[in-house]
Write a new protein. Structure first.
Length: 346
């Protein structure tokens, strides 16, 4: 039994089947500093679409426990990630921003949903295969991780989930198990769609355009962090690999250039074709020099806001606690409904 098929991209004009304002949910793990891939593939879209939707964004600290974590580091990373969301433009006045473990409904819902999830479905998840790398000594949490992610999404009657390409399979699983619950116990969940933009959904490593830019498997020169100082950004862009040839023109045999052109285009607001035209006859050197400045110009305000917000962590904690209260007010009744329909409690 599989949920009805879906399109992966939603638009701000979607009204959904219920006629209510569409709800967006997304989350990120507090597993270290955010990089340009996280920003262009996910966070930037959260911010730009904020006014068109009702939004719920979450720092998924429970998910971070699926790999070995140091408690002190986890707590610091959680605060830092939430602060980065705010610095990038998430507005707590219009958006619910909270820490996953503060809303305990997620963990309870996970157990309930694990009873409608098949072992074989989890075994097919490519992120599990990548992260476990064939080893048996990984945690059971790494295996059941997608059930918790499904609960994050389903508890909030989510219509759209803005993520990068690598999360598509998890959203499909969310639909499948949500649909199975609905069929078995009665209509309870909205089935969400992934919102994956065609551009920026898979930013590649600067030193290897065949691998995605990634926190956990990246080398120092493969990624640009949102908190990188201008000089570090310039150095990394200068060292980024390019393809053979000298013309600034993308193409199927130019993975490195395609990646740099995508980054330039998304950050400058100019289309790839316009950028190619701008650099006709100018060569890689000029292009990379300007690309570095485009990145510096976009990331500097975020880094500066982050520094300001870091000076008042109690204010960030207050925003997160308020967000958790608002999240609980939605997730609580949904969990009660699940329990009731499954025959739990007397
Ligand atoms: P890890 O390598 O530890 O899995 P990550 O860098 O891939 O981490 P996540 O925390 O898994 O990042 O992802 C956060 C969000 O950023 C997700 O929506 C994911 O799809 C998106 N994302 C991650 N890497 C990229 C990338 N290279 N290009 C575009 N989007 C990305
Ligand atoms: N699995 C995601 C993080 C994540 C998430 C979510 C994303 C956890 N819960 C709910 C969207 C919606 C990741 O690894 N990036």
């Amino acid at each position: 039994m599989v949920a009805p098929t879906i399109q992966s991209t939603g638009t701000a004009t979607d009204t959904g089947t219920t006629g209510r304002r569409q709800r967006v949910f997304s989350g990120m793990q507090p597993s270290g500093n955010l990089h340009l891939g996280n920003y262009l593939g996910a966070l930037r879209n959260w911010v730009t679409q904020q006014e068109a939707y009702t939004n719920v964004f979450c720092v998924v600290d429970l998910h971070a426990l699926s790999l070995p974590t140091d408690p002190v580091e986890l707590r610091a990373n959680t605060l830092e990630l939430a602060t980065t969301f705010l610095a990038a433009g998430i507005d707590p006045a219009q958006t619910i921003l909270f820490v996953q473990s503060d809303v305990r409904e997620h963990s309870e819902a996970q157990w309930l949903m694990s009873s409608v999830t098949q072992f074989g479905e989890l075994r097919r998840m490519t992120q599990f295969k990548d992260k476990s790398d064939g080893r048996d000594d990984v945690s059971a949490a790494l295996f059941t991780y997608p059930i918790l992610q499904a609960c994050d999404i389903l508890l909030y009657d989510t219509d759209l989930v803005p993520v990068g390409e690598d999360q598509k399979q998890h959203i499909e699983l969310t639909r499948d198990i949500g649909h199975r619950f609905n069929t078995r116990y009665g209509e309870t969940f909205v089935l969400p769609r992934p919102d994956i933009k065609p551009e920026g959904a898979r930013i590649m490593a600067l030193d290897n355009p065949l691998k995605k830019m990634s926190k956990s498997s990246g080398t120092a020169n493969s990624l640009i962090y949102l908190v990188d100082e201008p000089d570090a950004i310039r150095r990394k862009v200068r060292r980024a690999v390019t393809d053979s040839g000298s013309e600034v023109r993308g193409g199927t045999d130019k993975p490195a250039l395609n990646n740099l052109l995508t980054i330039y285009s998304l950050l400058s607001g100019r289309s790839v074709a316009q950028v190619e035209q701008d650099y006709e006859g100018k060569g890689y050197g000029a292009f990379k020099g300007d690309l570095a400045e485009v990145v510096v110009e976009k990331l500097t305000p975020i880094r500066e806001r982050l520094e300001t917000l870091n000076a008042d962590p109690d204010e960030v904690r207050r925003i997160l606690h308020d967000g958790a209260d608002r999240a609980r007010a939605i997730a609580g009744p949904k969990l009660d409904q699940m329990r009731d329909r499954m025959g739990l409690g007397i």
